[in-house]
Design a protein around this ligand. Structure first.
Ligand SMILES: *[C@@H]1O[C@H](CO)[C@@H](O)[C@H](O)[C@H]1NC(C)=O
Ligand SMILES: *[C@@H]1O[C@H](CO)[C@@H](O)[C@H](O)[C@H]1NC(C)=O
Ligand SMILES: *[C@@H]1O[C@H](CO)[C@@H](O)[C@H](O)[C@H]1NC(C)=O
Ligand SMILES: *[C@@H]1O[C@H](CO)[C@@H](O)[C@H](O)[C@H]1NC(C)=O
Ligand SMILES: *[C@@H]1O[C@H](CO)[C@@H](O)[C@H](O)[C@H]1NC(C)=O
Ligand SMILES: *[C@@H]1O[C@H](CO)[C@@H](O)[C@H](O)[C@H]1NC(C)=O
Length: 423
């Protein structure tokens, strides 16, 4: 579907030069851009199955050598796709501290109009990440904002809508949408010709609530998030006819049971705002993402002696999303998943990873770790708890590093298996 819009523009300007069948052909996509074919990704007409890496901290690194070292490690592990944040916003009150600590920042909020930083401590750092990714033959998924904490949606809300509103005004206030789109346009126009971009991601983990609660306009059935996804994906498509676009959602379903009532489970009843099946059918949503953290989501069911199986729940979650992707005829990515505890990781990840491969789902564990970073002598506080310690990249308990051989090998084996599927 995403070729259709471009075709219409071409038809309007050059209608007598082309016949409709050649316009619709996917061959108009520039070389090196990722495309979709049914439930699969393709690169230059060949299947593109992959293990990816999540690393939000790469653009926070201040040393180009450390950025390159991270990509070198990814490439050696068979990683083909990186997902990172295309946003790093600060409050004006944080500016002095940011300058002092060399914190990467792209937007400064001091009024209802944020100010762009496209200099060496700003977007030039993201430029370098994308340039270095290309050197190591890795493609990049770039997210435009975050549902959580600073520096995401709640800075837009704070500065534009002010106090006393609910989180979901982010998805409905026209002033906020215009401000978000001004940022999206900046990022998309900067990289829209680059084959290194795998896809644009509208928001990390959009929900009706954030740190602020949700309001009555964002409840099951209002479809506020679905409407927002449609509006924003159409907007991005008008800016960029060729790159893939995705939501960045966690994969919540909006399902009624046989008696027409909503499921009680938050992951299935639409309360978070997502409607995975509907979002995936939007014309300019090219593939879907979902996340998997049952240890956190079902902590009340997950205790010694309970029957709840984290492993089985994850397998079912993978199946349900693959089925939804098949119904829509679009690919899905298991875009984040994680378990606390090394034994938990090594015992459960293999079955999740195998099942994802069986169901043609691309895999992106949360989160990639690297050792031996050298900037600031290997110890560097970026912001909040995000820090390098003795050269190790930030660890929220979910990072995996090469020195954890058994764990590391789960993903390197999966990567080599998938790469053999990609030829
Ligand atoms: C940003 O700064 C404003 C004004 O100083 C303050 O009210 C707000 O809490 C800050 N927001 C965040 C997320 O830091
Ligand atoms: C933001 O506002 C503060 C106080 O009003 C001022 O000191 C600072 O220079 C401003 N920063 C920017 C980037 O406008
Ligand atoms: C449907 O869901 C409601 C509310 O959770 C529950 O009370 C009812 O038993 C369910 N019905 C069926 C057929 O599952
Ligand atoms: C575990 O499963 C069994 C059999 O289905 C059931 O009888 C039991 O109540 C369950 N225990 C818990 C703690 O859920
Ligand atoms: C492993 O998972 C179990 C079940 O969620 C949890 O109770 C335990 O704390 C985890 N281990 C570690 C080291 O986090
Ligand atoms: C791997 O390196 C990290 C960071 O330096 C360290 O904390 C951890 O103990 C190491 N793990 C193993 C298994 O050596």
């Amino acid at each position: 579907m995403r070729y259709l819009l471009a075709s219409v523009f071409l038809l309007l300007s050059n209608f007598w030069l082309y016949d409709a069948s050649s316009l619709v052909a996917a061959s108009r996509t520039p070389p090196g851009f990722v495309t979709t074919q049914g439930t699969s990704f393709e690169l230059d007409g060949k299947p593109f199955a992959f293990v990816g890496a999540n690393s939000y901290w790469l653009p926070l690194l201040t040393s180009k050598e450390d950025v390159r070292a991270t990509f070198r490690e990814m490439q050696a592990a068979g990683i083909r796709v990186l997902r990172t944040w295309g946003f790093n916003a600060i409050n004006g009150s944080e500016l002095a501290g940011a300058l002092e600590t060399d914190l990467t920042y792209y937007q400064v909020w001091n009024s209802s109009e944020w100010v762009l930083n496209d200099g060496p401590q700003g977007l030039e750092r993201l430029d370098f990440v994308i340039q270095a990714a290309a050197e190591f033959d890795i493609k990049v998924i770039v997210a435009f904002t975050n549902n959580w904490r600073v520096p995401g949606a709640e800075l837009y809300i704070n500065w534009i809508a002010g106090a006393g509103v609910t989180h979901d005004v982010f998805f409905s206030d026209p002033r906020i949408i215009a401000s978000y789109q001004r940022y999206v346009k900046t990022i998309v126009n900067r990289y829209k010709n680059s084959p290194t971009i795998f896809a644009w991601e509208l928001m990390n983990e959009a929900r009706c609530l954030g740190d602020l609660p949700s309001g009555p306009n964002c409840v099951p059935g209002t479809e506020l998030l679905t409407k927002w996804y449609k509006q924003q994906s159409d907007f991005v498509r008008r800016l960029d006819p060729h790159h893939l676009i995705t939501t960045g959602g966690e994969g919540h379903f909006f399902w009624r049971n046989a008696t027409g009532e909503f499921a009680t489970d938050y992951n299935f009843n639409g309360q978070a705002g997502e409607d995975f099946d509907a979002d995936l059918t939007l014309d300019n949503i090219d593939f879907a993402t979902y996340h998997l953290y049952p240890q956190v989501w079902y902590s009340n069911l997950d205790f010694p002696g309970s029957n709840f199986s984290l492993e089985q729940w994850g397998l079912d979650w993978i199946t349900l999303h693959a089925e939804s992707g098949a119904r829509a005829g679009k690919p899905v990515i298991l875009e984040e998943f994680g378990m606390q505890g090394i034994e938990n990781k090594t015992s459960i990840y293999p079955s999740w990873v195998n099942h994802a491969i069986e169901t043609k789902t691309a895999i992106m564990p949360w989160q990639f770790g690297v050792l031996g970073l050298k900037e600031h002598g290997g110890n560097h506080l970026f912001k909040y708890e995000d820090r390098l310690i003795n050269g190790a990249s930030p660890n929220d308990g979910l990072a995996y590093y090469k020195n954890q051989t058994q764990l590391w090998n789960i993903f390197t084996h999966a990567a080599s298996l998938l790469s053999s599927h990609s030829k």
